[in-house]
Design a protein around this ligand. Structure first.
Ligand SMILES: *[C@@H]1O[C@H](CO)[C@@H](O)[C@H](O)[C@H]1NC(C)=O
Ligand SMILES: *[C@@H]1O[C@H](CO)[C@@H](O)[C@H](O)[C@H]1NC(C)=O
Ligand SMILES: *[C@@H]1O[C@H](CO)[C@@H](O)[C@H](O)[C@H]1NC(C)=O
Ligand SMILES: *[C@@H]1O[C@H](CO)[C@@H](O)[C@H](O)[C@H]1NC(C)=O
Ligand SMILES: *[C@@H]1O[C@H](CO)[C@@H](O)[C@H](O)[C@H]1NC(C)=O
Ligand SMILES: *[C@@H]1O[C@H](CO)[C@@H](O)[C@H](O)[C@H]1NC(C)=O
Ligand SMILES: *[C@@H]1O[C@H](CO)[C@@H](O)[C@H](O)[C@H]1NC(C)=O
Ligand SMILES: *[C@@H]1O[C@H](CO)[C@@H](O)[C@H](O)[C@H]1NC(C)=O
Ligand SMILES: *[C@@H]1O[C@H](CO)[C@@H](O)[C@H](O)[C@H]1NC(C)=O
Ligand SMILES: [Cu+2]
Length: 660
């Protein structure tokens, strides 16, 4: 009668029955072994097997819905039951009137030297880390962050929205522009926004991580971020305060730049993919951070969204759930080539993206243009992006499914609706009709917890990293008990930030008395740094994200790194690498990253799984503290700390997680 089994370790066995028993149960037993490698203070390891509510596909009412059709009730058409306002507030994403994008923002005085905002620069001729353009233009955004009831999949819940929109507004700029975003915190809790993947070389204080570069923005306060669009391609912004991003606080960023490695006719813009939870993010963080003795499982996602939309197989008596809320829809014309900007903006899940009957060509990983390669399925860990070009090879009346499937082998889904779908309609298709295509993605592809092989995607602009970096360090990832709680550790230290004492601002004042649990790794004036990360945990994997840089990904594998490098003259670069799970509790996985220390600042290196960073899977890369002391940090950063101190002086802040 038990569902899948979650086993944190095996020291004592108090079966926990507080969770509802699953209504239908998969035959396989699921074992999740936390601690047992040699880095673990095993004597203090706690262990509590708990029952988790994993159900079968579609849940108890699966038979009331047409199979393979986005949980449409029998007899329903694709005409959605809910308005876009009800599902997504003011967001136009996922509708036929969602904006398409030109090759650059123009018509507003944008200078066009040699016909383009970025002048003669191409993907092939410009080192983006050394020579970004300066257009002299600024793109202004005004964001009001609030909570609002939305119903992205038909299930009403309070989410965090920006200007009434979930997902938040899309930021658009040209390479070399400034982006200025006024963030008004209209909630009753702190917040911050991080601009994922941008280097922040001119403004290292605007990276948006509380306790690292800033204090949280206090309720009722405003912070104006201003930073250079220093790389180009597709990305997203998201809250870096606790797990607010899992509550909806994110949106996409499009930075137009050269496209000489790809040809396409239309840019359909962002395809945000996000696992989705029917509970509030704070409750999920409490669940994650509960003492081991409570026997709670980690959060399991309840649904999966494309551009903030999906249907849900509502239970018969659930009056807060509307079937056929409406899935995202896209329009294709036979023969045209489309650019899609895939973004995993989720909290935890490893996503496998595909389009039935269509080949995809990958043209960029994160903010890095690649030598184009074809793919049938694209794997995206949280934070990763892939820009793809798809040729509309179908007939004019075709309707096909776009899919993004949560890998159940590598992620924690409750099993009811792990596959998000969106409909693509060709020009003469009946847009009320249900696509009837099937997927060619294999179970083996869904079950693989890793990115494409490093040999596959080579960067279009070639850079050879220093073969003899100034320093090489190992870093071990483990899941251990601190005596009461099971937490994530990097080199035996679980991260916890101090909202009132950001590391960058401390360093700027010449202080170096960092608390041990700030996990500050001081690399001084080293010019190149190599880090060999070993993951000792045998389930899932970790999408490891580095701020302020694109990292070279030199090698990955199991056991001990043998010193070999893939494509040593031009290794893969990106800002998130999905690290595979350990092969077994005694055979870790590893990956080797290298970075050029060309950006004085304090740069997070962390797992992008919301619940893992909450539980401490995080280090700070401190780069050139002497130069940080010389930074002229704007007074708004100190003001943000004073506002936060004032607010917390009169309100109790419950920092139940690492803060990030
Ligand atoms: C998990 O731990 C149990 C008890 O120590 C052991 O029997 C089992 O083989 C382990 N499973 C894996 C996948 O390592
Ligand atoms: C809804 O139905 C389930 C069984 O399908 C039952 O356990 C539950 O009590 C019902 N809830 C309400 C509010 O009627
Ligand atoms: C969902 O919330 C909206 C806004 O509060 C409300 O109008 C609507 O009735 C709710 N729907 C359900 C099914 O609870
Ligand atoms: C379009 O599809 C809907 C749903 O299947 C159907 O009811 C309608 O008759 C179709 N319209 C045309 C013009 O075929
Ligand atoms: C799928 O739908 C199309 C029309 O949209 C129809 O021509 C085709 O026969 C259908 N295929 C299957 C397998 O039902
Ligand atoms: C991690 O710990 C090992 C072993 O103590 C040490 O050699 C290494 O320098 C540490 N890594 C970093 C990045 O500090
Ligand atoms: C373990 O970590 C939790 C969460 O950070 C903390 O609340 C608790 O006090 C820690 N326990 C010990 C014994 O340090
Ligand atoms: C972590 O702590 C354990 C036990 O204290 C020790 O054996 C191990 O070497 C440490 N690992 C690192 C990377 O410091
Ligand atoms: C290089 O980094 C190491 C830490 O990994 C540090 O001990 C050393 O002092 C740094 N060297 C310089 C020249 O800053
Ligand atoms: Cu992780």
């Amino acid at each position: 009668m038990a569902g899948r089994f979650f086993l944190a370790a095996a020291a004592f066995a108090a079966a926990v029955t507080s969770l509802p028993a699953p209504e239908s149960v998969e035959a396989t037993t699921f074992e999740y072994n936390g601690t047992s490698d040699d880095n673990t203070p095993a004597s203090s390891a706690l262990a509590v097997p708990v029952t988790v509510p994993v159900q079968s596909y579609g849940g108890a009412r699966a038979s009331s819905y047409r199979h393979g059709s986005a949980w449409l009730p029998f007899g329903a058409s694709m005409n959605p039951r809910l308005s876009q306002e009800a599902t997504n507030g003011r967001s136009p994403l996922g509708t036929f009137h969602a904006p398409k994008y030109p090759h650059w923002v123009s018509g507003d005085g944008t200078p066009l030297p040699q016909g383009r905002p970025w002048g003669p620069r191409t993907c092939g001729n410009t080192d983006p880390y050394k020579d970004p353009p300066h257009t002299g233009m600024t793109r202004y955004y005004d964001f009001h962050v609030t909570k609002q009831i939305v119903s992205p999949d038909g299930v009403n819940r309070s989410a965090i929205v920006i200007n009434g929109a979930f997902p938040g507004p899309t930021i658009e700029a040209n390479w070399g522009d400034w982006i200025e975003v006024v963030v008004h915190n209209d909630m009753q809790e702190g917040t911050s926004l991080h601009w994922h993947g941008l280097l922040q070389k001119e403004t290292p204080w605007f990276d948006g991580v509380p306790s690292v570069q800033q204090c949280p923005i206090a309720p009722g306060s405003t912070l104006t971020y201003r930073f250079r669009a220093d790389l180009y391609g597709s990305s997203w912004y998201h809250s870096h305060f606790s797990a607010q991003a899992a509550g909806g606080l994110f949106g996409s960023m499009i930075i137009h730049g050269p496209t000489d490695n790809a040809q396409y006719d239309e840019d359909l813009g962002p395809v945000l993919i996000s696992d989705w939870y029917h509970s509030d993010y704070f409750d999920l963080v409490e669940q994650t951070m509960a003492p081991a003795s409570a026997g709670l499982p980690p959060p399991f996602s309840n649904n999966n969204l494309i551009n903030g939309k999906m249907n849900y197989p509502c239970q018969a008596n659930d009056t807060t759930c509307t079937p056929n809320a409406g899935v995202a829809r896209f329009a294709f014309e036979t023969g045209k080539k489309y650019r899609l900007r895939l973004i995993n903006a989720g909290a935890e899940a490893l996503q496998k993206f595909s389009i039935d009957n269509h080949k995809m060509t990958v043209i960029a990983h994160d903010f890095v243009p690649v030598n184009p390669y074809d793919a049938d399925v694209i794997t995206l860990g949280v934070g990763q992006r892939a820009d793809i070009v798809v040729t509309a090879t179908g007939k004019s009346t075709d309707a096909v499914w776009m899919r993004s499937t949560i890998s159940l082998k590598c992620s924690l889904s409750d099993g009811i609706s792990p596959e998000a779908v969106a409909a693509i309609y060709y020009q003469n298709a009946n847009t009320s009709a249900i696509p009837n295509t099937t997927t060619a993605v294999t179970q083996a592809e869904l079950d693989f917890c890793g990115n494409d092989p490093l040999t596959k995607a080579t960067s279009y602009f070639s850079i050879t990293p220093d073969p003899n970096p100034d320093v090489t360090q190992n870093l071990d990832i483990t899941f251990q008990s601190n005596g009461t709680h099971n937490l994530w550790y990097m080199n035996n230290s679980t991260f916890r930030g101090d909202y009132n004492d950001p590391v960058l601002l401390e360093t700027n004042l010449g202080k170096t008395d960092y608390e041990p649990d700030w996990n500050v790794l001081n690399f001084g004036t080293n010019k190149s740094v190599r880090i060999v990360i070993y993951n000792h945990f045998a389930f899932g994997g970790h999408p490891m994200h580095l701020h302020g840089h694109n990292m070279f990904v030199l090698q990955e594998g199991y056991g001990k790194w043998d010193g070999s490098v893939v494509n040593a003259h031009n290794p893969q670069r990106r800002d998130v690498h999905f690290m595979q799970p350990a092969q077994s509790p005694t055979v870790p996985s590893y990956f080797v990253l290298q970075m050029d220390m060309d950006n004085p600042g304090v740069w997070p290196l962390h797992c992008h799984i919301a619940w893992h960073v909450s539980a401490g899977l995080y280090v700070n890369i401190l780069e050139n503290p002497k130069k940080i002391q010389q930074l002229q940090i704007p007074s708004t950063m100190a003001q943000t700390c004073r506002d936060w101190a004032t607010w917390t002086g009169g309100n109790v802040v419950e920092q139940i997680d690492s803060g990030l």
